[in-house]
Design a protein around this ligand. Structure first.
Ligand code: ATP
Length: 297
């Protein structure tokens, strides 16, 4: 069965939210069941606002938000029981120990499993007697994850969990997500502007830029569909320009992204076509982005 025909764990339609200098504009997307979906976009693109809006943490949001086929309005408690959330700004009491905080949060979930909770703390080397205020940022994320996973959610939603964290934590997180997905019937929605992790693990990518959804696509299909074109300035005629999405020109040549691979091959048989990374694709769809993509490469 194609992903487009699978059940949706989350369906968002025409989400709108305005701040004084930023707005989400008719944001629509859906999360297929059984997939890790990466939510990408540069700093300030609207990832956190979208995630907080769909979770009912932001006021004056319009649009339709349906989790597991249920409207968020009227089913919030039931829905929140089935999702695990790891947000950037936590809502813990700093003076409590991990154990004390857990005792406050756990009763809200009908499927809370204390055995799972203890094993996650052990896996993350977290001491239950430690005060929350003494945790580093990485340890707080691990603690949030332990809490989120211990009520056996069907959908795990994480906002920038790897931002500012070391490679060891990032690889532990990827391993944890793989284990979680292996249980079956699970989904992950994971926002990030550090896309290298998604190259390895995401099934589907949704990109947001300036409050608009730019695309939602199967990651492998997306990476197959695009190529980075690297050529000399002489190659860059009007026809080639029209086939490129953003162009970065230097004194010697140019770099551009294309989804017109056969046409480019035909016009420029000797040009270099490179398979892009998720970051290349994200930056080429971001206003002014290809310059950065070329500089990073
Ligand atoms: P990052 O990767 O940096 O976390 P993001 O994609 O998550 O970025 P948001 O945090 O959603 O982006 O912010 C989008 C825009 O909305 C930013 O310009 C931000 O300043 C603005 N914004 C967010 N929250 C508020 C608020 N409470 N009041 C006014 N503006 C806000």
């Amino acid at each position: 069965m194609r992903r487009s025909e699978m059940d949706r764990v989350l369906e968002v339609k025409n989400l709108n939210k305005s701040y004084s200098r930023f707005a989400l504009k008719d944001v629509s997307f859906s999360l297929p069941e059984g997939c890790i979906t990466g939510f990408i976009g540069i700093n300030g693109a609207g990832k956190t606002t979208t995630l907080r809006s769909i979770l009912g943490l932001v006021k004056d949001v319009t649009g339709s938000i349906r989790f597991f086929g249920m409207d968020m309005k009227g089913n919030e408690k039931q829905i929140k029981n089935r999702i695990g959330v790891v947000l950037d700004s936590d809502c813990f009491y700093d003076d409590l120990s991990l154990e004390e905080m857990k005792k406050i949060l756990a009763p809200a979930y009908s499927s809370w499993c204390d055995q799972d909770y203890r094993s996650y703390l052990e896996r993350f080397s977290l001491d239950p007697k430690e005060k929350i205020k003494n945790l580093s940022r990485g340890m707080k994320i691990k603690y949030s994850l332990a809490l989120a996973l211990s009520h056996k959610p069907e959908l795990l939603i994480m906002d920038e969990p790897t931002s500012g964290l070391d490679p060891l934590f990032r690889s532990q997180l990827l391993e944890l997500l793989r284990d979680y997905m292996e249980q079956g019937g699970k989904g992950v929605f994971f926002s990030t502007h550090i896309t290298s992790d998604l190259d390895k693990i995401a099934d589907v990518l949704i990109m947001i830029d300036q409050g608009h959804i730019v695309f939602q696509e199967d990651k492998d299909e997306l990476l197959d569909r695009y190529r980075m074109v690297k050529g000399s300035k002489d190659d860059l005629n009007e026809e080639v320009r029209s086939l490129l999405l953003n162009i970065h020109e230097t004194d010697f040549g140019f770099t551009g992204m294309t989804c017109h691979i056969p046409e480019i091959r035909n016009l420029l048989p000797n040009v270099l076509l490179e398979r892009p990374t998720v970051e290349d694709i994200m930056l080429s769809h971001t206003k002014g982005g290809i310059k950065n993509a070329a500089e990073f490469s």
